[in-house]
Structures are given as structure tokens and as C-alpha cells.
Design a binder for this molecule. Sequence first.
Ligand code: FES
Length: 122
Amino acid sequence: MPKVTIDGRTIDVVEGTRLVNVIEDAKVSIGHRCGGKSRCTTCRVSFTSGEPDTMTSAEHAKLKEREMLGQYRLACQILVTHDMSVTAHVTLDSMPDWTDTGPRCTDEIEPEAVFIKISDLA
Ligand code: FES
């Protein structure tokens, strides 16, 4: 069972769970304003360890559009398959105008995941 460390806490995770849902279930109020569809980037995280070596084509397109490639990853586009340590960068606490973090993300990656190896990206 993989482990995810967030805010100094380490939790066991069912393999294949979306990272954004793991973080939310750990009571960290991470943003997911678009409902996990790779549109808003409020689920952005950075990795201390365990960054996946693949990303979905939707994540790549959005990070590139927002000029965040190499800086952040989108937790809604990542499945937990191994140990990782992350920091959430947009939370309810950091966004005074928000009344909620966004609709709960489904169990499956949306849009349908097409994974690409980061090493294959130009
Ligand atoms: S991009 Fe909106 S929740 Fe991930």
C-alpha cells in the first residue's frame, strides 16, 4: 500500500486513488474548483519526493498554457501508485474569497487519462 506524506503527516493509500482525493481526505483543504477536470490548476502541488515520471496529456496542456510546467503538478491528474511527499499550494485557508474548495472529484481521472512519459516531452 503506497504512502502519501502531506503537511508532515503520512497516510496509507489504496493504490490507484486520485491524489487530489487523498489530500482532501487527509483534511487538507486543497482546491479543486473545476472538479478535477484539468481546467483550474487549483489542485496544484509540488513534490518533495516520489514525483511520477508520467503526466496526462490534459495536465501537460494545462500546465503549459499556464506556464507552470516544471514548477507544479496537478493532483487531479495523478494516481497514487507509489510513495510520495507533496505540498498543496492553493487551499481554502489561502483563498479568503472562497466559500468551498470545489466539487468532489470522481474516482477516475477526467478527461480520460492519456499518460505520457515526462522524459519524452520536448
Ligand atoms: S485542475 Fe481543477 S481540480 Fe485539478
